[in-house]
Design a protein around this ligand. Structure first.
Ligand code: FES
Length: 288
């Protein structure tokens, strides 16, 4: 059981929670994710990237959007209540090194998982520019935190209600076209945004890392739900990722697979048959 020590609503559909999870807070690294289950018995497993960690307090910050029945249930929980299970840290940490100039792009809720990467890139000695994009002003999150963590911050909105009226690819293109182009770019956000960030970076022969947010079920490489094609090979986002060389990702195939699960995601009838932290009588813990 993990206690919720703080909860804030960041926008109409986006919530931030600080939860007690000392072992994950101590061992988690930028880019890794957790799986949250609000109800051990039947709750769906929700993969969430770690937005921040406080090693002294032993807490994690998670940010999620209410996109389906399970995230709506999670949003109903309040400070002082408990989340049944948190599993992690999962996946591989972001590859951090002193690249030189790094441009990080966060679309919508993608700004939250981008935040620890921005901090880690900065700590490694990089000059870090951040682009945050959202549909409208109310959906811009992590602006103040990014302003403190990065060397530069550009905000763009689709409707021009905050920052510049543009898509994230516009300032990204300006960075890539500059005489001192980025040595590395990172993009986290909707798949379509990452696809066009990749195309922009490719135009200028700039490397790009993307963090993929596919459907996940077990999070341990067994169910195949998070399968993607990278460089012509099948990869599993949960164990091989979540970050990949953006130039090798087949985004069209990934988006097609994600659409196939959309109708089920919106309904409340999904019941998870994988138990976290519970050993069924005589079972293996891998499903009952
Ligand atoms: S979530 Fe099942 S294989 Fe990745």
């Amino acid at each position: 059981m993990n206690k919720i020590v703080d909860k804030r609503q960041l926008s109409a559909e986006v919530y931030e929670m600080v939860v007690e999870a000392p072992h994950i807070a101590w061992s988690g690294k930028a880019g890794q994710f957790i799986i949250v289950q609000t109800d051990t018995e039947w709750g769906e497993r929700i993969p969430l990237t770690i937005a921040d960690a406080d090693t002294e307090a032993g807490t994690l910050t998670i940010v999620f959007q209410t996109v389906g029945a399970s995230t709506h249930k999670l949003a109903l929980k309040n400070k002082g209540e408990f989340i049944d299970n948190i599993l992690g840290p999962l996946g591989n940490p972001t590859h951090i090194e002193q690249f030189g100039r790094v441009v990080c792009v966060g679309g919508g809720i993608g700004a939250a998982p981008l935040f620890p990467i921005v901090k880690a890139m900065k700590t490694a000695g990089n000059h870090v520019s951040v682009i945050i994009g959202a549909r409208t002003k109310d959906l811009v999150i992590f602006e103040d935190r990014m302003r403190k963590a990065a060397d530069e911050l550009i905000i763009v909105t689709d409707d021009g209600s905050w920052g510049k009226k543009a898509l994230v690819t516009e300032p990204l293109k300006e960075y890539c076209a500059a005489s001192h182009k980025p040595d590395m770019t990172v993009a986290i956000g909707p798949p379509i945004m990452m696809k066009f960030c990749e195309k922009t970076a490719a135009e200028f022969d700039v490397p790009i890392m993307v963090s993929l947010n596919t459907i996940m079920i077990d999070g341990t490489g067994m169910c195949g739900g998070c399968r993607v094609t990278v460089g012509g090979e099948t990869k599993f986002v949960c164990v091989d990722g979540p970050e990949f060389d953006g130039h090798k990702v087949d985004f069209d195939n990934m988006m097609l697979r994600m659409k196939a699960f959309k109708a089920r995601e919106d309904k409340d009838h999904h019941r998870c048959h994988l138990k976290m932290g519970l050993e069924p009588p005589g079972g293996t813990g891998q499903g009952v």
